[in-house]
Ligand binder design. Sequence first.
Ligand SMILES: NC(=O)c1ccc[n+]([C@@H]2O[C@H](COP(=O)([O-])OP(=O)(O)OC[C@H]3O[C@@H](n4cnc5c(N)ncnc54)[C@H](OP(=O)(O)O)[C@@H]3O)[C@@H](O)[C@H]2O)c1
Length: 245
Amino acid sequence: MKVLILGANSAIAKAVAQKLAEKGHELFLASRNLEDLERFAKHLTIKYDAKVSWAKFDATDYDSHSSFLRSVLKRMGEIDWVLLAFGYLGDQDRAVVDFEELKRIVETNYLGALSILTQIVPYMEERGRGVIGAITSVAGDRGRGSNFPYGSAKGGLSIYLSGLRNRLFRKGVKVVDIKPGFVDTPMTEGLDLPRRLVSSPERVAKDIVKAMERGKDVVYIPWYWALIMTIIRLIPEPIFKRLRI
Ligand SMILES: NC(=O)c1ccc[n+]([C@@H]2O[C@H](COP(=O)([O-])OP(=O)(O)OC[C@H]3O[C@@H](n4cnc5c(N)ncnc54)[C@H](OP(=O)(O)O)[C@@H]3O)[C@@H](O)[C@H]2O)c1
C-alpha cells in the first residue's frame, strides 16, 4: 500500500510511519522540516528496508498544495491512504486576545487541512477507493475555557470530515476522523495533564493504523475517551459554563 503522511515529523505521525514501514508499506513523508524528514526516512529505510520518499509540505502555504500533490503522484504513481497529522496547539490564552496567534491555530489545524483536502478529494473521488484519515482531537467535541481556540479549529475540521465522509461514501472512499485524548509529544510538553490519561504516541499509532485498516468513521484514542467525551457533551450548558475545565 502507498501512504502519504502530512505533518510526518509529528511524534504521532512518526509512530504511525514506523508501524506502516514495519508492515512493508511504501511511504511518502511530508512536513516543513526537511532535515528531520530526511533523517527519519533514512532510519525507516535502514531499519525496515522500506521504500520511503519525502518532500517539504507546509499546510499554510495553500498555493503550493496543487503542485505538491502532483509531485507526490509523480513519485508514488498512486496514493491509497492519506493521513493528515500536522497540527499547532499554540498559546490558548494569547489566542483569545491576539488575532495573529488565533489565525495561526486556525490556519494550521483547519484551513490548511481543508486546502490540501480540496486537492486530495478529486483524486480520491475519481480513483473510487482509498482512505483519508485526519487527526483532529477530543478538544473539538465541546468548547472549553482552557482550549477553545484550538478546539474550535479541530471541531470545525471534524464537521468538515463528517460531511466529506457522507459525500465520498458512495464513491468508495473512507474518511476517518481520529480523535486522540492527551498524548505525550512535543505538543503537550510542559502542560499540566492528568498523567493517567496521557498515552504514548506508539499506543495511539497502533489504534490509528487499526482504524484506517478497518475504514472506521470516527475513532476516539484510547477508546475510553469516547466515554469521557460523552459525559462532557451531556453536561447541561448552565452547569458546564460554571466549570473550570
Ligand atoms: N499531543 C496531543 O495530546 C494531541 C491530542 C489530540 C490531537 N493531537 C493532534 O495530533 C496531531 C499530531 O500531533 P503531535 O502531538 O504528534 O504533535 P507534534 O509532535 O508537536 O508535531 C506537530 C507537527 O506538526 C507539524 N506542523 C506544524 N505546523 C505545520 C504546517 N504549517 N505544515 C506542515 N506541518 C506542520 C510540525 O512539523 P515540522 O516539524 O516539520 O515543522 C510538527 O512536527 C496534530 O494534529 C495534533 O493537533 C495531538
